[in-house]
Design a protein. Structure first.
Lengths: 301, 355
């Protein structure tokens, strides 16, 4: 099994006519993903890579009622309205690739999605891939699609750039993946680590979880809390980037408000401490991740 | 990107929030039109500037000139003072704190307010804002009453907080903070320091070391610089590009990073990319490198992989051979962390030659 995307995934691409939109479309089709429609206001009647384009999400759904994922690749200023359109059409999973979406817009669409029981992954997500089944977004493009192989490891990464690297490193030890999810590293995430870990927890084929985090936010600390409360029982290996960031001129992000609002969470030390306390294994380098995973998987047998 | 205090003050004023009379000084020859006594504030981005001598006072014009001379070009936590904000000295009766920012846990904006503002603040009352509803006058009144502000403060504070919310919303910033918000004896308020942050990181940030870094991917560059420091390297900068940028972006970063003095080695590094065109981005790197004069003699450790990586590797190797650069080119068969050690070795000549 896998989570979020599989053979039954039917994708709509909002922003299909753009450079990155059409490229993602092509790459997804090459991988075998069922891309059934695209949206671009004013471009109805066009075809991109053979996929029909509609003016609105509603029009697309009228012709393709089986759409169950919308991939959003529109300019940052248009993400709010595009996502609102997809939420109002009740598409259950929305994956947003666009970077630099203002957090005030993210907060709005995330609250709206929660109200309508719709799941958002992103913004700034590289995509989602269930190796051998389907992929949504830019993850695993061109020859890189081959580095993702089916297997028992669920990967969640804030960093898009690290998803393929992690698959390569795991591949050296024949550790394939059930699903790899890029959640982005924005201030307001549609899905945080725990939201996705809960899905892996229920997925029979996922035996262990890799969490690639970085300084900022409290997603890693929230996972630690859930493990402590025994809500998550599957083994987790984590790696956190950005130990050095306090050395940067911009390192003390958010001044007083940062400290007051986050109560000291979000820093490298806070994350490592919280994770270690509940027994989550910490990898110091990517190469340590497969070694730790093998240790866990052997113990389970 | 954080704004300097003087830029923040201009922005507050634009949104109808009163700030002290002020003047930006960049040279000892500037003429003054602010009544004495004044406070001199070094315009740097680092915090704690009071502790590091960045805030001075002057009661006479001789004193003012002397202190400007003293403060200009002084270094505060490594940052050179190029501008000074000279401001009328405000003697208030109370210092409050107010800010709008985001809580990642609540996934919502929050209002933070406190009756005890000033530089030592570490606690405030936090009120989450429903992103679908925003901030209303009734919400603000409710929070001020709940935090037990004086009755006479509620009307003027409500107005300031509403204007700050408008700024937060329209400028799409991640932080809008006034600290201290000073209450005068006549009951009026002045915003005496503002921190406004747009949240985006600058593409290149200077650090103190001697290994130039051109990193790809936000997360990968974080663990790579961590690895470099662990290996004993001294990064000269933090620079990162993500997504699939046109080659001009990489060219610009390359030029900026390599034009610094005393570089001992350059490390071009990134994880195995999913959709970054390695050939295009490395073309940008070479275009930037060609413009660096004199031609760098120091070694380059390059570790890139992803779409079109083989073409890119061949181009890099051919270029180095033809133009006489010292390149060491690797792909995903070599762990990123390993190349951190390599660049440290070649930079500080721990090993004469790499295998």
């Amino acid at each position: 099994m896998s989570i979020l995307v599989d053979e039954n995934t039917k994708v709509l691409i909002q922003g299909i006519t753009g450079t990155e939109g059409s490229r993602a479309c092509r790459e997804m089709l090459l991988y075998g993903t069922k891309v059934v429609a695209g949206v671009r206001p004013g471009a109805a009647g066009q075809f991109i890579e053979g996929v029909p384009v509609y003016n609105t999400v509603k029009d697309a759904l009228k012709r393709h009622p089986d759409i169950n994922v919308s991939l959003i690749i529109v300019p940052a200023g248009h993400v709010k309205s595009a996502t609102e359109e997809a939420i109002m059409a009740d598409i259950p999973l929305i994956n947003i690739l666009t970077e630099y979406v203002p957090p005030i817009d993210s907060a709005y669409i995330v609250a709206l999605a929660t109200k309508h029981k719709v799941r958002i992954v992103g913004c700034s997500s590289i995509g989602i891939i269930s190796p051998g089944k389907s992929k949504v977004g830019s993850i695993g493009s061109a020859e890189i699609r081959h580095v993702f192989k089916p297997g028992p490891i669920g990967i969640i990464s804030k960093s898009g750039g690290m998803t393929a690297e992690l698959a390569v490193v795991l591949g050296k030890y024949d550790l394939g993946q059930s699903t790899v999810v890029g959640i982005g590293a924005d201030t307001i995430p549609g899905s945080d680590f725990l939201d996705i870990i809960k899905l892996f927890e229920k997925d029979k084929d996922t035996k262990a979880i890799v969490m690639f985090g970085e300084v900022g936010g409290a997603g890693e600390e929230i996972v630690a809390e859930a493990v402590k409360n025994k809500k998550i029982k599957k083994p987790i290996v984590a790696m956190i980037g950005g130990k050095f960031t306090h050395m940067l001129p911009s390192g003390t992000v958010l001044g007083h408000a940062g400290a007051i609002v986050s109560h000291g969470k979000g820093g490298y030390n806070s994350k490592i401490k919280a994770l270690k306390e509940v027994g989550i294994l910490i990898a110091k380098t990517p190469e340590e991740i497969p070694l730790l995973l093998n240790k866990i998987l052997k113990k389970k047998q | 990107m954080k704004l300097y205090e003087h830029e923040g003050a201009d922005l507050l004023e634009k949104y109808g929030i009163s700030v002290p009379k002020r003047q930006l000084v960049t040279s000892v020859d500037d003429k003054f039109n602010i009544p004495l006594a004044v406070v001199l504030k070094a315009q740097v981005l680092s915090g704690d500037r009071k502790k590091h001598g960045g805030i001075l006072f002057a009661n006479t014009s001789t004193e003012l000139n002397k202190k400007i001379k003293f403060l200009l070009n002084k270094k505060i936590k490594g940052e050179r003072v190029e501008k000074i904000l000279v401001e009328e000295k405000v003697k208030g009766v109370k210092e409050y704190y107010v800010s709008f920012s985001f809580s990642g846990v609540l996934r919502a904006p929050v209002l933070a307010i406190s009756k005890k503002g000033g530089s030592g603040i570490d606690e405030a009352d936090i009120y989450p804002i429903n992103p679908l509803l925003g901030v209303s006058p009734a919400f603000i009144k409710h929070t001020l009453l709940k935090s037990k502000f004086l009755n006479e403060d509620i009307k003027p504070l409500s107005e300031i907080i509403m204007n700050l919310w408008k700024l937060f919303l329209e400028e799409k910033v991640v932080l809008a903070e006034i600290n201290p918000l000073i209450k005068n004896s006549d009951g009026s308020f002045l915003a005496c320091d503002a921190k406004i942050d747009y949240g985006k990181r600058r593409a290149v940030e200077k650090m103190d070391g001697d290994i130039a870094i051109i990193a790809s991917g936000g997360g990968a560059s974080l663990i790579n610089i961590d690895a470099l420091l662990t290996a004993g390297g001294r990064p000269a900068n933090y620079a990162e590009y993500s997504g699939n940028p046109p080659k001009e972006v990489v060219e610009k970063i390359t030029r900026e990073v390599l034009s610094r003095p005393n570089i001992k080695a350059c490390w071009v590094v990134g994880g195995t990319a999913s959709f970054t065109d390695i050939y295009e981005t490395m073309k940008g790197f070479l275009a930037g490198l060609k413009k660096i004069k004199p031609k760098p003699k120091f070694p380059f450790i390059i570790r890139r992989d992803g779409p079109r990586a083989q073409e890119a590797q061949k181009m890099l190797k051919d270029f180095a051979k033809k133009e006489g650069y010292n390149f060491h080119v690797y792909g995903s068969e070599t762990p990123m962390v390993e190349t951190a050690k390599m660049v440290v070795d070649v930079a500080y000549s721990k090993k004469k030659k790499l295998k």
